[in-house]
Every structure is written in C-alpha cells, then in structure tokens.
Design a protein around this ligand. Sequence first.
Ligand code: 0X9
Ligand code: ZN
Length: 448
Amino acid sequence: MSAVAALTAVALPALPQASASASSAARAIVFRVPVRDASDPQKLLAGGFDVLERRQGNDLFVLGDAAAGARLHQLGFTWTVDRTLPGGRTSAQDVHAADVNDTYYGGYHTVNAHYTHLDQTAAQHPGLATVVTYGQSWRKQNGQPNGYDLKAICITKLTQGDCRLDPNPAKPRFFLMSQIHAREITTGEVSWRWIDYLTGNYGTDPTVTALMDSTEMWVVPIANPDGVDIVQQGGDNPNLQRKNADDTNGTSCGWNGQTGIDLNRNTNSHWGASGTSDQPCDETYPGPDANSETENSALENLFRNLYPAVRGTGDTTPAPVDTRGVMITMHSDASMVLFPWGFDHTVHTGNDAALRAMAARLGSITGYQYGQPGEILYDAAGTTDDWTYDKLGLASFTIEVGDSDGRGCDGFLPPYSCQDSYFWPKLQPALLYAAQHAAAPYRTASDG
Ligand code: 0X9
Ligand code: ZN
C-alpha cells in the first residue's frame, strides 16, 4: 500500500480536534509535507496534526499554526508553506470551502476550485442547481494519485422531475462543456461565469428567469480533470497538456504535454478516419480503440441519459425537425464556430441548413468564422460534437474561443484579466442564444 493509500484507510472525519491546530485567533497555515514512507501518514495523525483530505502525488497537507510547523520539524518532517489563511479559519472543512479560491497562473481556477464552485452553487441555490457525479477520471479509476471524479451541474428553476437522468424530461436541455483539452484554460472560466450568470440573475433578470423557468442548463466545466491537474501543476508556467493522463499506450512520451489520449479524437463516431495520428505520443492520438477512455465513455453515458437517440444511422439522415437539445463544447483558440461533420467536410449532415444557420448566428454574435471544421480549419474525426450529433441527433457545436479582436488575449494561456474584460462579455450572448434555442434548434435556427 502506498503512503497515500495508507492515509485514505484512516477515518479522517473521526479525528479529534488536533492539538497542533491553530487557535481561532491565530493565522492558519497549510503546510505541504512530503511523505517519505508508508508509516508517515499514521505518524501525522497519531501526532494530532490536522491532515487535510487533499493530497498531491506523495505530498500531504497539514493545517496548523507556526507551532505546528515547529512540531513537524521536531518529528523529522520537512515542509513548505502551501498557503496561509485568514485568521479564524482553522478546520479542514473551512479549508475545503476555501478551495473555491484555489487558483494558478494569475487567477485560473484549479480542478478542486471548479468542483467546490459547483458544490457551493448548489448549496447556495438549492432551488436552482444540483450537482451530478457521472464517473471517474482515468487516474482515479486506476487508483492513482491526483485522480478526480467527473462532475456536472444542472441549473434550472427546479420543479419536480427536473435534472433527472431521464432522456425524456419536461424541459429541453442546453449542454455546455469545457476543457476536454486541458490546456484550453479559458474555456473552463467561461463555464464558471455561465454558472454564476444563471444562478445569480434568476428572479431579477427577466431573460435569465424565463430561460431558467423553461430550460435545463447542464455544464461540465472540466471534462478532462486529470489533464487539467497536469496543467495547473505548472503554476505560473502552466504545462501545456492537451490529452488525458492515460499513459498505458505510450509509456515513454515524457511528462511535458505528450502523454495521454486525445479525448477529442476518441469517440466512436468515424473514429480514426481523419485528423488523427497513430503515434501514442502525438497530440492527436485517438487511443487504442474508439471510446477507450473513461472520460469519454462516462460522458457518453451521461449524454445518453439526458437525450433520446432520435437520429437514424447514415451520414445524411436528418434528425427530426422537432428534436430538442443543443450542446456546445468549448475549445480554444481559433475564433470559430464549428458544426458536424468534422470527420469529412465534403459530407454534409441531413440538418446542414439549420446547423449552418445557427452557427452563422453564433458567429455573428461572437465575431467568429463559422463552418464545418474542414471548411475553415481541418477535418477531425472522433470528436465530441460529431458523436452527439451522430448518435443522438443533438444540435452540436464547437466554439473555438479566441481573440478575434487583437486584444492581447490569444493563445492557450491568455492573461487572466482577459476572462472578465473580454471573453465572458463576448461569449455570454452566444451561450444565451444557444440555450434559448434548446427547445427546437432545427426549427428555430434561422429565426434570429
Ligand atoms: O483539433 C481539435 O480537436 C480542435 N482544435 S483545438 O485547437 N482546440 O484542438 C478542432 C476540432 C474540430 N473538429 C470538430 N469540432 N469536429
Ligand atoms: Zn481543443
């Protein structure tokens, strides 16, 4: 058993108030403590230290005051200060709540911050939001450190039957997801603001209120949490990880962004047909098989629980004109609105006119180009939006969030200030438009 696994076997909540904790007036410190052998976690607990649930690699986190730091040294532990907390915040529960402020690279939210944000949103707005755990990341499923649950939030004015895993709900559904490519860090921040916009304006803004009364808004802010964990480990120099953390197919790719499977090539819609590489260390490696990755199989399972499969087979069979539901997967940073088919731009879907009209509208709102991927970017098969359209008939789009106005906000890693000053104001009306058309996207796409 690893040292960290040994810790998980200990009943943390039953801990008595740790003698090493700060008094309520003192400044609390989170110490980052490297674990050297399997008995260390037990030693910390036996010593009365306030060991937090959080862990990174073989590092544990201990909450205490300056005296606790001295006692750690006396027991032979080394540590660095992870962060200090305002006076009075002295329990592990408080620290967990504070994780909503866990950031890197000038303000970008970590995976834990995003997940705490979801939980806090649901706790603060119990009538408007509910959190769903829909699976586990590759690392978590494989018992590795720094693995995560896969989480979604459903936002609506909750009435009986809303937000259930039922493909035939009373309200139509708009689905927004981000950071399936981990390093495209703007996209998670847009999702964060979309969640706050909806829950914060219900009852005061008539547009938001009407939308929430009539529609379910689902958000997966971090579709690839293991990948984002690798990104955020870089701190002020985020690692440019695109793929997930599954290293079973390319064990010697190195850690610098090249390990893993491209989740936006891994679905079983025309898997491997175009825009992929069979080299495991390449950024577009689609995996050993279609849908081999748990992040995708869990997400597909969620989609199947939220939307009925209304489209027949074949590349040109249309989904019925009364199909409900819209989904947007956000990427960056090409400044484009894309729609199926991604696998081959010479093939148009049976819903091409409606998808194209809606993409045109999203394009005019954002100032982005629009088209099938291969018409303006490149063909790519096995993507999320091709899958949701292919298997379910869902009106599906990729928005490549980018700086089309020369505001110094381009690239995968724009300054954090771009989020509020530029990206959110630009994307908010586009997301609103898409959500407002969830009831009948193929009927209403051209009505403006
Ligand atoms: O290559 C990709 O996966 C996307 N570009 S990115 O720079 N964000 O990696 C574009 C995918 C285009 N294809 C579809 N959306 N179908
Ligand atoms: Zn991307």
